[in-house]
Design a protein around this ligand. Structure first.
Ligand SMILES: C[S@@+](CC[C@H](N)C(=O)[O-])C[C@H]1O[C@@H](n2cnc3c(N)ncnc32)[C@H](O)[C@@H]1O
Length: 289
């Protein structure tokens, strides 16, 4: 687990954050949401995708004792490219499905995949990208502004996600729909970030998003703004839908820092207490009973 260095305490964090969130919303309105997720020439994303898949597979192996060989996998919110899917297929997965509300993948430049295939040492999977929007190949990328996961009508063995759950409009609804397409034994492996995302406040006030009332947060946020769902809520929702779930914090703040910040958060987050509010990121692993 990684413990984050004690950030300096910011003066007027409430007001500062409010301006930063409002400016972020305005920027997204003017530029369009997709630009926040599209970085086609950022080749460091190739290494990022390998790291994401390694973390998923380590978690999956340790949790289930199985490999993904021959499995059908689904990724929720793949973001700006299908690199994770290609890597999973190269590691033995039978089929890769992905669903997103935005079609950011359409902007991925060929040079990104050139580098990815070079690192894989083989480009046999390149042909799969040519029909990525169609259901019959080994890659099927679905774009649905309503995020209707329950439309997926083929059996899925593993559901992966990375830094996406915190953006979903309604975590309980997503888990309800995942449950609808899952059979006993289906596994969820997801990394979830709970830290403030906006650059102007994320490092100096990592718990900033928990300072605002629901009404103000709805006003400050837009589609994709962090939903502020905390780990006990994930655990409860998963259990209510028949999943055996475990949560492992992977990034935390010091107790000393969180104790100082708690009085500035709204009552609901104060009530979660120091230990929970110190979690900035976690891995969620669950199996359908
Ligand atoms: C921060 S990106 C993460 C992308 C990628 N998994 C990664 O690790 O870089 C968040 C992902 O969630 C998706 N997303 C944002 N808002 C969403 C929403 N309301 N419902 C479903 N997906 C959403 C975005 O399109 C994007 O794919």
């Amino acid at each position: 687990m990684h413990q984050v260095e004690h950030p300096a305490v910011v003066k007027s964090a409430y007001v500062k954050g409010m301006w930063v969130h409002a400016a972020g919303k305005l920027k997204r309105k003017l530029l369009g949401f997709r630009k926040n997720y599209v970085a086609p020439l950022d080749l460091s994303r190739v290494g990022y995708d390998f790291n994401v898949v390694d973390a998923w597979l380590n978690n999956y192996g340790a949790f289930t004792g199985e490999s993904i060989t021959g499995k059908t996998v689904l990724e929720l919110g793949p973001g700006s490219n299908l690199g994770t899917g290609l890597i999973l297929l190269s590691r033995g997965a039978k089929k890769y499905l992905a669903i997103d509300v935005f079609d950011s993948v359409q902007y991925t430049q060929e040079v990104f995949y050139d580098h990815l295939f070079e690192r894989l040492g083989c480009d046999a999977l390149r042909a799969e990208l040519a029909h990525q929007y169609e259901p019959d190949g080994r890659i099927h990328y679905m774009v649905d502004p309503q995020f209707r996961i329950e439309r997926i009508d083929e059996p899925v063995d593993v559901i992966f996600s990375h830094s996406a759950f915190e953006h979903f409009d309604d975590v309980a609804e997503v888990i309800r729909q995942i449950t609808a397409i899952s059979a006993p034994g289906t596994t969820i492996i997801s990394r979830v970030d709970l830290q403030t995302h906006e650059l102007g406040v994320r490092d100096c006030d990592p718990l900033n998003i928990y300072r605002y009332s629901d009404t103000l947060w709805r006003w400050l946020g837009d589609k994709g703004a962090p939903n502020r769902t905390r780990t006990p809520e994930y655990q409860r929702i998963l259990e209510d839908h028949g999943w055996e779930a475990e949560i492992e914090p992977v990034r935390t703040l010091t107790r000393e820092y969180v104790d100082k910040m708690l009085p500035g958060l709204i009552r609901r987050y104060q009530n979660f207490g120091t230990e929970e509010m110190g979690i900035l990121g976690f891995f969620m692993r669950a199996t359908k009973k």
